[in-house]
Design a protein around this ligand. Structure first.
Ligand code: MF3
Ligand code: CO
Length: 238
């Protein structure tokens, strides 16, 4: 999983550098697939429940699972969530980040910053002896303290020889609930945070999730491994 996650992290870095006004989400998908395969990985999302692409590219009010398209060209001031998985030697890695296209307003920059911070607040709780919902609670607390809302219709997940394993990792809830965290558990923690209300709906393409109120949404994800002592190891960080 460390190897698969490294491929994911490097690919996200390449995508971040490719993002600019005028590029299409289909272009980004091609870069992602070539990058993963050139490093000996297999795209984890392509073919998963018939998902057609390597990358999930979610622009502005799209929350997650935006399908790359040659008709979606990025414009100055957009934000884009880049979500990617890879398989190496049968093991999965999964990560996401939301990046600006050109310059964005301070309020939108705050949404991105708070969502990434919420992810790290969750990761801080991923320690032996804590319970699963300590992660969830920390994520929700941080996002809501900033006046944003967390999406409850999608969750993080265990990860290993499959993309989605037990347990589900919600981005909300009371602390001190659920299974005790143990050394060796590997989780994909992935807060989705909306600038407006938390409601989402799925478009007719059966994949693209958008905010009901049209507000902007950000998504950050890391695959992390719980260690015997200290903070979790972030496998998808370079
Ligand atoms: N990071 C997302 C998840 O873990 C992406 C899945 S997209 C899919 O659920 F196409 F693979 F479903
Ligand atoms: Co995931």
């Amino acid at each position: 999983m460390a190897r698969a996650s490294k491929v994911v992290a490097e690919t996200l870095q390449a995508l971040k550098q490719a993002v600019r006004p005028g590029i299409t989400t289909e272009d980004l998908d091609r870069i992602a697939e070539e990058h993963i395969r050139s490093r000996g990985g297999i795209p984890a999302f392509k073919g998963y429940r018939s998902y057609p692409k390597t990358l999930c590219a979610s622009v502005n009010d799209q929350v997650v699972h935006g399908i790359p398209s040659s008709r979606r060209m990025l414009m100055e001031g957009d934000i884009i969530g880049l979500d990617l998985g890879a398989i190496v030697e049968g093991f999965y890695g999964d990560a996401a980040m939301t990046v600006p296209v050109g310059s964005i307003s301070p309020k939108v920059a705050e949404l991105l910053r708070v969502t990434e911070e919420a992810l790290y607040k969750g990761i801080e709780q991923a320690r032996v002896g804590n319970r699963l919902s300590d992660i969830s609670h920390a994520v929700q607390q941080h996002a809501e303290a900033a006046g944003f809302s967390v999406v409850t219709d999608f969750v993080g997940h265990g990860i290993g020889r499959q993309l989605h394993e037990e347990p589900q990792v919600p981005n909300y809830g009371k602390p001190g609930q659920g299974p005790r965290l143990q050394v060796g558990m590997v989780l994909a923690i992935e807060p989705m945070v909306n600038m407006g209300q938390s409601g989402v709906r799925v478009l007719d393409d059966q994949w693209t999730a958008v905010t009901k109120d049209g507000s902007l949404s950000a998504h950050f994800e890391h695959t992390i491994a719980i260690q015997a002592e200290g903070p979790a190891r972030i496998l998808t960080k370079l």
